[in-house]
Design a protein around this ligand. Structure first.
Ligand code: GUN
Length: 290
């Protein structure tokens, strides 16, 4: 069993991005600029956004954090999105999800200009992905494909089983994995799937993205499977300073002895998602300077 080290791989990718940024700046162009919008004080969102901002600094991007309290109105948020759409200094921006219940998330996603949608959540960008066109691919699916490539995990003709059909992970990943060049045979499973175990047992690549800690157990996988664990549920822990720890969707202890490759949680897919966001922002900046 080989552990897929997302931390190490993401550090390598960040170095590559930093080198490109240094070259851009040496050529007299301005560094890529990412803005993050954060609403409220959700612990998970605070951590993710802090990592995103810190990573921007590491690769030489300019970054900006715009914060709102939980009671921000949808109108105020839409005005900020409009301002960022029009701001020529901002190459790309994200509105961290989830948003408070009184705000229509889809409305906000659709208000972001597709050219600045470095999350790849806008329907125009999702549609381009489906059509096989160049676009911003959402961070987690893109990070997973990078990991598979960098670890030379075979995908062509292989059965990739994805548990979860969200617009952010499962669905776009299913499109990517079946694209020419990756060429996997893809099955998307979800809460209504019958015979789940039978399907997961036939997976060469198994991706768990359902947000249920420890859901995938050793009896559900075949020997030699490559396992990608997208789950990052925060559970209470008396072993950490913060009092919380992240738990994946895969029961690592029972699955890892059967796996050829497996991502740990934390340190697997998580660090890669930030790289994908940085890559998308770099791409948006290059589009600007074309
Ligand atoms: N919440 C959880 N993951 C993401 C992400 O990739 N982008 C945004 N904007 N919010 C998230």
């Amino acid at each position: 069993m080989q552990l897929i080290d997302g931390k190490k791989t993401s550090a390598e990718i960040k170095q590559e991005i930093a080198a490109e940024v240094a070259k851009m700046v040496a050529d007299g162009k301005s560094a890529p600029h990412l803005t993050a919008v954060l609403v409220g004080h959700d612990g998970g969102s605070e951590t993710y956004v802090a990592h995103k901002i810190k990573s921007c600094e590491e690769v030489g991007f300019v970054s900006q954090l715009i914060r709102f309290e939980d009671d921000v109105t949808e109108d105020e948020l839409l005005k900020t999105v409009d301002m960022l759409n029009k701001d020529p200094k901002v190459d790309g921006f994200i509105v961290q999800l989830p948003l408070p219940k009184h705000i229509d998330e889809q409305k906000i996603i659709e208000a972001v200009s597709p050219e600045k949608d470095v999350d790849g959540f806008h329907p125009v960008n999702l549609g381009k992905l489906v059509a096989g066109l160049d676009t911003f691919v959402s961070a987690t699916p893109s990070g997973i494909v990078d990991l598979l490539k960098r670890y030379n995990i075979p995908t062509a003709g292989k059965h990739c089983v994805i548990i979860g059909r969200s617009n952010i992970v499962g669905r776009p990943l299913s499109i990517l994995m079946s694209q020419k060049g990756i060429d996997a045979t893809v099955t998307v499973c979800h809460s209504r799937t019958e015979n789940l175990k039978e399907i997961t047992q036939s997976a060469d690549i198994l991706v768990a993205a359902i947000g249920k800690p420890g859901f995938v157990t050793g009896d559900m996988v075949k020997d030699g499977v490559a396992v990608i664990d997208v789950g990052t549920t925060r559970v209470k822990s008396d072993q950490t300073k913060s009092g919380w720890k992240l738990k994946g969707d895969v029961d690592f202890d029972s699955v890892s002895p059967k796996a050829s490759f497996i991502t740990p949680v934390p340190g697997g897919v998580g660090p890669m998602t930030i790289c994908s966001l940085l890559k998308n922002t770099l791409k948006a900046a290059k589009n600007r300077t074309k």
